[in-house]
Design a protein around this ligand. Structure first.
Ligand SMILES: [Zn+2]
Length: 299
């Protein structure tokens, strides 16, 4: 017993050598705002979270800074969203001095093909929270009980959110459950809640693709032919093209969805739970021409 206690203490001391702050918290680097929010929920007071992406920035289009490499070099754990969302992290981790423990959440969730927007299905966020509790417990065994119990509390909130979204979408007539977004970011949401993705203004899983004139014309025709009610822009992207398509097709542009980035503090998309509730409210209202209002309860 004594020997293993000493060993544990030594391992803990080594782990602490990498930590920033020196306040007893472990330091976790998260790439996106969604990932940072899940880390905060599971890590609680035991974890200092450093998010690499600035608030409201488009993750597909991020240029890492030297300070990002420094944060990674001293991190106890690096958590990424995965795939095209934060592939820029790969250059950073190659450069960082020494290998850091890392978790790629795309490997922990149920993925649909190449689509990296897994958090749009709250059941995937459950899987991410559980994988994160395990990874945090590995780098900080003393905190394991706390990580597991906070993950459990968060999972209960995710399940309430999931049920609430389904109840809200049920108020949209079946023939109106048609989504057109900026880029193809809501596939997981659509699959989970029984909506059809008719198309995207940028017809790609990345926000960085450029639509051709032919693609835009085709989308305008689809919006008209399918009786699409509204086009949903995204908070991190300029809605210029959405407005043009909507004008051509004679439909509304709604308020922006929190698609690939959460909102700033104080906004109604500041946390993952709030962002999903706000998006659902926008979608229900947009697809019913404002006739239905429904916001899933959060917390
Ligand atoms: Zn995206």
């Amino acid at each position: 017993m004594a020997a293993s206690a000493v060993l544990a203490a030594t391992v803990a001391a080594c782990g602490d050598a990498g930590a920033g702050g020196g306040d007893g918290r472990i330091s976790v680097v998260a790439t996106t705002s969604q990932v940072a929010d899940v880390v905060r929920n599971v890590g609680g007071p035991d974890v200092a979270v450093k998010r690499l992406l600035p608030v409201s920035a488009d993750p597909h289009d991020y240029e890492p800074r030297p300070s990002d490499a420094r944060a990674i070099a001293t991190a106890d754990l690096v958590v990424r969203s995965g795939g095209d969302i934060d592939s820029w992290l790969e250059d950073l981790t190659d450069d960082a001095a020494g290998e850091r423990p890392a978790l790629d959440l795309l490997d922990a969730v149920h993925r649909r093909g190449d689509d990296p927007h897994w958090w749009q299905d709250p059941r995937n966020v459950e899987r991410a929270a559980e994988a994160l509790a395990t990874a945090l417990a590995e780098v900080d065994p003393d905190g394991a009980v706390g990580y597991r119990s906070r993950a459990k509390v968060y999972v209960a909130k995710l399940r309430r959110l999931d049920a609430g979204i389904a109840r809200c979408i049920a108020r949209v007539p079946a023939g109106k459950r048609k989504l057109v977004t900026t880029h193809d970011a809501l596939g997981y949401y659509a699959r989970r809640y029984g909506l059809d993705v008719i198309g995207a203004v940028i017809p790609s899983l990345s926000s960085q693709a450029q639509p051709s004139a032919g693609e835009t014309d085709r989308l305008v025709r689809q919006v008209r032919d399918e009786g699409v009610e509204a086009i949903f822009p995204e908070s991190a992207l300029n809605p210029k093209l959405e407005r043009a398509v909507a004008r051509e097709a004679g439909v509304e542009v709604t308020r922006a969805l929190w698609a690939d980035a959460l909102g700033p503090e104080g906004s109604d998309g500041a946390t993952y739970l709030e962002a999903m509730a706000s998006n659902t409210e926008t979608i229900v209202s947009g697809l019913t021409g404002g006739r239905e209002t429904c916001r899933p309860p959060v917390g």
